[in-house]
Design a protein. Structure first.
Length: 317
């Protein structure tokens, strides 16, 4: 529910901006967020900052899309400040000043030349400091309210070990026949040979070695059975292996300079126990950051739903 004081402030702001046409510029309210407002001046300042930092100019549909995107960003920043104010987590003047100074240092300029460059582009330093203030407020919320609620337990680390860290990945015991494509043998003849092998072996894999022993080494290259992961196999046959049943022989697979026949002898999971403390700490960090990001996103979504927001634009900005 909107308090009488908040309603008074909102009405005052509306009357002020609608009735005061400043000499150099007409200000328009684009959005009202709780007791805060965003004007066309705020939006234009942010566009200039984006143009400066990206080295790009925007016009037409690109400018229209950028305006809508940045207006949403400005609204979100107002909500950051509102939420931080509720929890007494607004950044201090010193924090803002330090961040502003650090940003200038990263540009390899001192304060005066930096601000002269901004002035030449009609960029108000206060608009940059407002952005810094909002970002710091959000960082304070994450550290002061959200972070403490994020917990990672041992079960989640074990799940990660089995699902995310290439553990439990399937390995395949394969016999791979390679038939090189030769100038003196037609593709048709080669395919006939492989189809016959496939037919002879498909229903009785015990005959596999017997069937291929009649071929000379120059005709066929038999790779010794070896355990392989999918990403260790030639690209041409990789996609067919998971489709085979244990003991099944693939149909001929054509590559650039050869054909393959692949016999799947066995399948297993490559289970590796990771007891290394450093590895587990790294997994904990990854899971924690992932959960923290999700919690922060959920927090700001709830804040947006609970904050009065009204856009005052009519088709264009």
């Amino acid at each position: 529910m909107i308090s009488i004081f908040s309603m008074f402030i909102r009405i005052f702001l509306l009357i002020f901006f609608l009735s005061h046409n400043l000499q150099a510029k007409e200000y328009k309210i684009l959005a009202i967020i709780g007791d805060e407002i965003i004007t066309n001046y705020d939006l234009e300042q942010r566009i200039k900052v984006i143009s400066l930092t990206s080295g790009r100019s925007f016009s037409g549909q690109n400018l229209f899309a950028l305006k809508n995107q940045l207006l949403d960003v400005l609204v979100t920043e107002k909500i950051y400040l509102t939420e931080a104010r509720k929890s007494n987590l607004l950044p201090t003047a010193t924090q803002i000043k330090n961040s502003y100074t650090k940003m200038i240092e990263q540009s390899n300029l001192s304060v005066i030349p930096f601000e002269n460059n901004l002035a030449a582009l009609d960029i108000d330093t206060d608009s940059i400091k407002d952005q810094i203030k909002a970002e710091l407020a959000w960082q304070n919320i994450i550290i002061g309210k959200i972070k403490a609620k994020v917990k990672i337990n041992d079960f989640e680390i074990e799940d990660y070990l089995s699902e995310e860290n290439n553990l439990g990945e399937y390995e395949y015991l394969l016999k791979i026949l390679e038939f090189p494509i030769k100038e003196n043998v037609s593709i048709y003849e080669l395919e006939q040979i492989m189809n016959k092998i496939h037919q002879d072996v498909a229903n009785n894999t015990n005959n596999f070695d017997e069937v291929i022993k009649d071929f000379s080494a120059s005709d066929v290259n038999l790779k010794q059975p070896i355990w392989k992961k999918l990403n260790e196999l030639d690209e041409e046959i990789r996609q067919y292996i998971p489709l085979l049943k244990k003991g099944e022989l693939s149909k001929p697979v054509k590559a650039e300079d050869k054909y393959y026949l692949v016999l799947l002898e066995d399948v297993r999971k490559n289970v590796v126990k990771v007891d290394n403390t450093k590895a587990r700490d790294e997994i904990y960090r990854k899971l924690f950051l992932k959960k923290l990001e999700a919690a922060a996103e959920s927090y700001i979504d709830n804040a947006k739903r609970s904050t009065f927001t009204e856009y005052k634009i009519n088709g264009s900005i």
